[in-house]
Design a protein around this ligand. Structure first.
Ligand code: AMP
Ligand code: GLY
Length: 422
C-alpha cells in the first residue's frame, strides 16, 4: 500500500515512521514534508487539493492521511471523497468542531456534553456583563483558528474585558475574533483523549498528556506543546468509560444528526475535575506532540488503523498497543514561541542511530541543505523514549536530548512530572 501524508511537522514525521515499520506499506509520500522526511518518504511540493488528488490518482496511491487542521477546515477531505479516493480526516463540515469555537460550544450544549458555562457574542456590552457575573480568572476565546493563540486566560475582570475588546475590534485576530466565547475558568488537570472514528464506529487510543507551557513547572507562555507522554496513569477504566459515554458517543451521534458524520481522529481536550470529564475543546486532528508518543506504541499495523477508518471499516479492526510507555521531549529553538530560529546546524552524536523502533528522534522544524540538517522552526525536533515504565521512557528521552545539538536549543526538564509524582 502506498500512502500520502499531508503535513510537515513532527506529528506527520511520527506517522511516517509508524508506516515505515508496517510491512504492508510501500512508498510513503509527504506533502510538503520537511528537510528530514526525505530520509523516510518522498517529499512532494503540491498544495492545491485538486492537484494533490490528481497526483494520488496518477501514482495509484491507496490512502491519504491528513495531519494538520488547516487543510481539513479548508475541505481537502471533501475533494478526495468526491473523487472516491480514500482519505483519513474530517470533512469540511465536521471540521467546524475545531474551526469554530462558537460552533463547538453550541454543539456541546445542544447534545448535553459537559463543558464550561459560556456565552457567545459579538457585542462588548454583552461580554462585559457576563464577565462581571463570573469569578476570576476568566477565559476569552476567539471563534476562529488562531494558530493556538486565540485563548486568553485573564487573571482579572479588567484584563478579560480588554481581551474581549481587542478581539472584537479585530485588533488581535482579525476576522477570527469577530465572535468570541467568554467562559468560566475550569480548575483541574488536562488530558488529551483521541478517538479514531469512521463516521459511526470509534476506537479509543491510550490517553496522553501534553505540557503546553514553555517552562518547567507549567510556567511561562503557552506553546503548541513542549512534550507529552502516554499512556497516562491520570486516567483509569472508570474515567475512560465516562469519557466514552458522556463525550465520545454523544459526539458521534450528534454529528450524524447534524448531517456531518465524524471520520478521522477526534482529539478531545478534557479538564478533569473531581473525576468528571469536562470538554475544553475538540480538535479534528492528532495533537502534536501527543501523536509522537502514540504512534510508537501502536502494535496494530498503522496502515490498517488509518485505512479502516478512512473506509468505514473500523468495526473489523483489532486495535492493539504495546504494553509500554512513551515520552517525547520537544527540543525548541532559542526564541520559541516568540519568533523563529536563526538556522543552525543539527549535530547528532555518532553513537546515536535514528532507529525505527524504540528511542528515536522525530524531526519537525528542520530544513536540509548540502546533506546537512538545520534547525529552522520553533519546535525543531523531539526526542522520544520508549520503556517499560514512564521513568525508563523519560530517562531514555532525556539521554537522547543530550546527544542532539544545535545552537540555542531549549527543552523542559520535567516532562511527565505529574505522572511521576502521582
Ligand atoms: P483550547 O484551545 O480551547 O483548548 O484552549 C487552550 C488551552 O487554554 C487549554 O489547553 C487550557 O489549558 C486552557 N483553557 C481553555 N479553556 C479553559 C477553561 N475554561 N478553563 C481553564 N483553562 C482553559
Ligand atoms: N498538543 C496540543 C495540540 O496539538 O493542539
Amino acid at each position: 500500500m502506498d500512502i500520502l501524508i499531508v503535513g510537515s511537522g513532527g506529528r506527520e514525521y511520527s506517522i511516517a515512521l509508524a508506516l515505515k515499520k508496517d510491512k504492508e506499506v510501500g512508498t510513503v509520500y509527504m506533502a510538503p514534508g520537511n528537510g528530514a522526511t526525505q530520509r523516510i518518504a518522498v517529499n512532494i511540493d503540491i498544495k492545491d487539493f485538486d492537484e494533490l488528488a490528481d497526483f494520488v490518482q496518477n501514482n495509484s496511491i491507496d490512502l491519504t492521511i491528513v495531519g494538520p487542521e488547516a487543510p481539513l477546515v479548508e475541505g481537502i477531505v471533501d475533494v478526495f471523497n468526491e473523487r472516491k479516493l480514500p482519505i483519513f480526516g474530517a470533512s469540511k463540515k465536521a471540521s467546524r468542531l475545531e474551526g469554530s469555537k462558537v460552533y463547538m460550544k453550541n454543539f456541546l450544549k445542544k447534545y448535553n456534553i459537559p463543558t464550561a458555562s459560556y456565552i457567545q457574542t459579538d457585542d462588548l456590552k454583552e461580554a462585559t456583563d457576563f464577565i462581571e457575573s463570573l469569578t476570576e480568572p476568566i477565559v476569552i476565546k476567539a471563534d476562529g483558528l488562531c494558530g493556538g493563540k486565540g485563548v486568553i486566560i485573564a487573571q482579572t475582570k479588567l484584563e478579560a474585558t480588554e481581551a474581549a475588546r481587542d478581539m472584537l475590534s479585530g485588533d488581535s485576530f482579525g476576522d477570527a475574533g469577530k465572535f468570541i466565547i467568554v467562559e468560566e475558568f475550569l480548575d483541574g488537570y488536562e488530558l488529551s483523549v483521541f478517538a479514531v472514528c469512521d463516521g459511526e464506529n470509534y476506537k479509543i487510543l491510550p490517553a496522553a498528556q501534553d505540557h503546553k507551557r514553555l517552562l518547567d513547572g507549567d510556567n511561562g507562555p503557552n506553546t503548541g506543546g513542549m512534550g507529552a507522554y502516554a499512556p497516562t496513569p491520570l486516567i483509569n477504566d472508570e474515567l475512560y468509560k465516562k469519557v466514552e459515554k458522556q463525550v465520545v458517543i454523544p459526539t458521534l451521534e450528534g454529528m450524524q444528526k447534524e448531517g456531518s458524520p465524524y471520520s478521522g481522529v477526534l482529539f478531545i481536550g478534557l479538564m478533569i475535575i473531581n473525576d468528571e470529564p469536562i470538554v475544553l475543546e475538540y480538535n479534528v486532528r492528532f495533537g502534536d506532540p501527543e501523536c509522537e508518543v502514540l504512534m510508537p506504541l501502536l502494535e496494530t499495523p498503522a496502515s490498517q488503523l488509518f485505512y479502516k477508518a478512512a473506509t468505514k471499516d473500523l468495526q473489523n479492526l483489532d486495535l492493539e498497543f504495546y504494553d509500554k510507555y512513551a515520552v517525547a521531549v520537544v527540543v525548541a529553538s532559542q526564541k520559541y514561541p516568540y519568533s523563529g530560529s536563526t538556522p543552525s546546524e543539527i549535530i547528532v552524536d555518532e553513537n546515536v542511530h535514528d532507529e525505527l523502533d524504540g528511542t528515536h528522534i522525530v524531526y519537525a522544524g528542520v530544513s536540509k541543505e548540502d546533506e546537512k540538517l538545520y534547525a529552522t522552526g520553533g519546535r525543531v525536533l523531539l526526542c522520544v523514549g520508549l520503556g517499560e515504565s514512564i521513568k525508563e521512557a523519560r530517562d531514555k528521552a532525556y539521554l537522547l536530548c543530550g546527544q542532539v545539538h544545535f545552537a540555542g536549543k531549549q527543552f523542559r526538564l520535567d516532562i511527565a512530572y505529574q505522572a511521576l509524582n502521582k
